[in-house]
Design a protein around this ligand. Structure first.
Ligand code: NAP
Length: 256
């Protein structure tokens, strides 16, 4: 499952949630593999840092787009700007998402529910709505939507997060069928527990903390953002050309 080092020369990648964690690592990996990269996130400061890291890594200039994935106009403007500047979008990682404080299902307020579903599920839908027409027009493309281990099994205290992440898989599989004949491949990725700011925040609120999270990983450690990035690059590459509508679990055995 390796992507040739220069496998994305001449290609354009678009990554949401690119200011931190898994999104930043994936944006860096696309750039390292030769892609021009558009970065979308709420955090302008975080995007500035990702842009700096990409330039320091290989001298490439990334396009930073401040964007709230829950806002349809923002998302459309960001995707259209990437296409305007780079001419097309070949590979997409719809990765922006937020965590849920640990609590039983009926303790979740309606506002918390709306926020979690809004960012982690509706945000992916709005991205697909803006991205797919460009890909159909240009003759194809590949999209990976971020789900989670919580997209394939239940997790205690995580009802809204798990509902959003299960929803991402249903959305991905259905949209993959809608656009397979247009050469637009759409897959989901289900990371296990990956060492990012989100998990540092989550570990602080969860009984057992970080050690408890490590204990949940049969492989005996947390995953690295780069280990998700490499799977995303493979799914979007020519090597993944026959793969669509799948939910690829990359989780150190957590959900096995
Ligand atoms: P992270 O470090 O918190 O990064 C998430 C990024 O998304 C942040 O830069 C955040 O910006 C941005 N974001 C949040 N809401 C947004 C919005 N409405 N519009 C645009 N950008 C927004 O998290 P991560 O761990 O890398 O997680 C990335 C994705 O992987 C999430 O969807 C998460 O659910 C999923 N995931 C993570 C793990 C894990 O163990 N880390 C496991 C399974 C799935 P701000 O910082 O400004 O909010």
């Amino acid at each position: 499952m390796t992507v040739p080092p220069e496998g994305y020369n001449g290609k354009v990648a678009f990554v949401t949630g690119a200011a931190s964690g898994i999104g930043r690592a994936t944006a860096l990996a696309f750039a390292r593999a030769g892609a021009q990269v558009a970065l979308a996130d709420l955090s302008a400061d975080g995007l500035k840092e990702t842009t700096r890291l990409i330039a320091a890594d290989g001298g490439r200039q990334a396009l930073a787009l401040t964007c709230d994935v829950t806002n349809e106009q923002d998302v459309k403007a960001a995707v259209d700007k990437a296409v305007e500047d780079f001419g097309r979008i070949d590979a997409v990682f719809n990765n922006a998402g937020i965590e849920q404080p640990v609590k039983p299902a009926t303790d979740i307020s309606k506002d918390e529910w709306d926020r979690i579903i809004g960012v982690s599920l509706t945000g992916v839908f709005l991205c697909l709505k803006a991205q797919i027409p460009h890909m159909v027009r240009q003759g194809g493309g590949a999209i990976v939507n971020v789900s989670s281990g919580a997209g394939v099994k239940g997790f205690q205290g995580q009802a809204a997060y798990a509902a959003a992440k299960h929803g991402v898989i249903g959305l991905t599989k259905s949209a993959a069928l809608d656009y397979a004949a247009d050469n637009v491949r759409i897959n989901a990725i289900c990371p296990g527990i990956i060492d990012t700011e989100m998990i540092r925040r989550f570990g602080d609120t969860r009984p057992g903390g970080r050690e408890g999270l490590i204990a949940d990983e049969p492989i005996g450690r947390l995953g690295k953002p780069e280990e998700i990035a490499s799977a995303v690059l493979w799914l979007c590459s020519d090597g993944g050309a026959f793969t669509t509508g799948t939910a690829l679990v990359v989780d150190g055995g957590q959900t096995t």
